[in-house]
Design a protein around this ligand. Structure first.
Ligand code: PLP
Length: 502
């Protein structure tokens, strides 16, 4: 917003109504210019916000303005106050958590969606949103090679998608939980959900939210590559049945959060079918990889699942938020959530889909617009090309780790996430001491790298060992950025090793 001073003064809000069309156009152009410049120069900014807790709050007035302020002043504060307090998720050297990024067509989709301000609750309040969502998600389904029985529905996040999937599974057990609830009922057995110990915490949160209680979750052990042990799953279900519990839902993960491991869905599907249980697949991060023809097999078995979640806001260049739930039994989802008071009744309600029938929310944002624009702009091939390149970069980084004596890989690299850690030997050290020392060493390297502002990495713990995670998912990340973070890691390794030897 550097040019804001050149603009006319007095652009404060008019006494009534919105900003004039002329001013909207002027500031709109300025904001688009600002965003273009932000992306052109984003690499000059520190990836991780270099602020302390409370820094931003201390600079903001504690009470709201009585009178409207000029847009120039508001925009100037974006530069002065907001940008320094941002961790830049769109920075190409953002490698933490699951790296993600927005894209230009996605931003345009968001902008238009804000202009339309649709509340997609009933078909008639939002024909465009309702029908574009159905068509766009069917395109995406075809791109993923999922079968036509999987119907897509957009929620905000995977946490919410999975919670709705578990609710639909529970509706399917015919225990009148919608009508009578669960509390105070002596006739209900303990309902059980099974997920691997590597499953995302959102599954447990969904279970808590649905009132099933944390004890409803049975965590299944994983093998040495962090994949659910299907045999242990079957044993746990058998044991629970003998104890009088009601196993009703299995959650498999394709692309776990810590290591991106892939649960053996084809074997798990067999178990789900044998015990007539709902199988939900959490492919929040890795699902989009199935768009790449040679990676299609990552969703092997998922065509027999009851539901599957994937997040275009993770690895499909879609601005946060947009999560897609594919579900084979929309009727159960609808039965779990549809409630139509008189003031929402419409003549066409039996012929159309109304968003509010499939979830907790009444109004929903027009999210499909941005995904539709992204798929049209990049095309299936363009999206596949970008995901393929991210996987290539991850394999390249992993090859440097493998070739080095100072680092080791901590897990296989099926997608674009590398789990690795620094190793250094001290003569005569015991196992536990070594683990503790290396944990501290790796944490120190990570914090040192992040403090430079030149890259941002996160960590996890595997078998008690602190492991660094390098996730590649940003549309602007190139080999140069990956090489630079490798050099930086090695620089910090040497600096901290010398430091600890003193
Ligand atoms: N599932 C998996 C495998 C994830 O990795 C994550 C987040 O990283 C989630 C679910 C939760 O995603 P969301 O933030 O969309 O709720």
């Amino acid at each position: 917003m550097a040019k804001s001073k050149e603009l006319l003064a007095n652009t404060a809000s008019p006494p009534l109504g919105d900003m004039s069309a002329e001013e909207f156009r002027r500031f709109g152009h300025q904001i688009i210019d600002w965003i273009a410049e932000y992306f052109e120069h984003i690499e000059e900014l520190p990836v991780l916000a270099q602020v302390e807790p409370g820094d931003l709050k201390a600079q903001l007035p504690s009470s709201p303005p009585e009178k409207g302020e000029p847009m120039e002043a508001i925009l100037a504060d974006i530069d002065r106050l907001i940008v320094p307090a941002l961790t830049h998720w769109n920075h190409p050297s953002f490698f933490a958590y699951f790296a993600t990024s927005t894209s230009a067509p996605g931003i345009f989709g968001e902008l238009l969606s804000a202009a339309f301000d649709v509340k997609s609750m009933l078909w008639r309040t939002s024909p465009a949103s309702t029908e574009l969502e159905e068509v766009t998600l069917d395109w995406l389904r075809q791109m993923l090679d999922l079968d036509a029985g999987m119907h897509g529905f957009i929620y905000d996040t995977a946490s919410v998608s999975s919670m709705h999937a578990i609710a639909a599974a529970r509706e399917g057990v015919e225990l009148r939980i919608r009508e009578e609830g669960m509390s105070g009922r002596k006739d209900l057995p303990l309902l059980r959900v099974y997920a691997s110990e590597q499953a995302h915490s959102s599954i447990e949160k969904g279970i808590i939210t649905l009132g099933l209680g944390q004890r409803a979750l049975c965590k299944i052990p994983t093998d040495k590559e962090f994949r659910m042990d299907a045999k242990a799953l079957e044993e746990a279900i058998d044991q629970d049945k003998r104890a009088g519990f009601l196993p009703f839902c299995i959650v498999a993960t394709v692309g776990t959060t810590s290591t991106s491991s892939i649960d053996p869905v084809p074997a798990i599907v067999e178990i789900g079918e044998k015990y007539a249980m709902w199988l939900h697949v959490d492919a929040a991060y890795a699902g989009p990889a199935a768009i790449v023809p040679e990676m299609r097999d990552v969703l092997k078995g998922c065509n027999r699942a009851d539901s599957l979640v994937l997040n275009p806001h993770k690895w499909l260049f879609t601005p946060f938020d947009l999560s897609v739930l594919y579900c084979r039994h929309l009727d159960l989802l609808r039965r779990a959530f549809s409630l139509v008071p008189e003031y929402l009744r419409t003549p066409e309600q039996d012929q159309v889909r109304s968003g509010s029938d499939y979830g907790v929310q009444l109004g929903r944002r027009f999210r499909s617009l941005k995904l539709w624009m992204i798929i049209r702009y990049f095309g299936k091939e363009g999206l596949a090309e970008r995901i393929r390149e991210h996987c290539r970069l991850a394999r390249l980084f992993a090859s440097w780790v493998e070739a080095s004596n100072d680092w080791e890989l901590s897990a296989p690299v099926p997608f674009s996430l590398v789990c690795f850690r620094a190793i250094s030997e001290t003569p005569g050290e015991s196992g536990e001491h070594r683990t503790q020392r290396l944990n501290e060493f790796n944490e120190a390297i990570m914090h040192a790298v992040n403090a430079t502002g030149r890259a941002f990495l996160s960590h996890t713990k595997l078998n008690n060992e602190v492991v660094l995670r390098l996730s590649i998912g940003n549309i602007r990340t190139t080999e140069t950025h990956v090489r630079a973070v490798w050099d930086l890691l090695n620089e910090e390794f040497r600096r901290l090793q010398v430091h600890s030897a003193k």
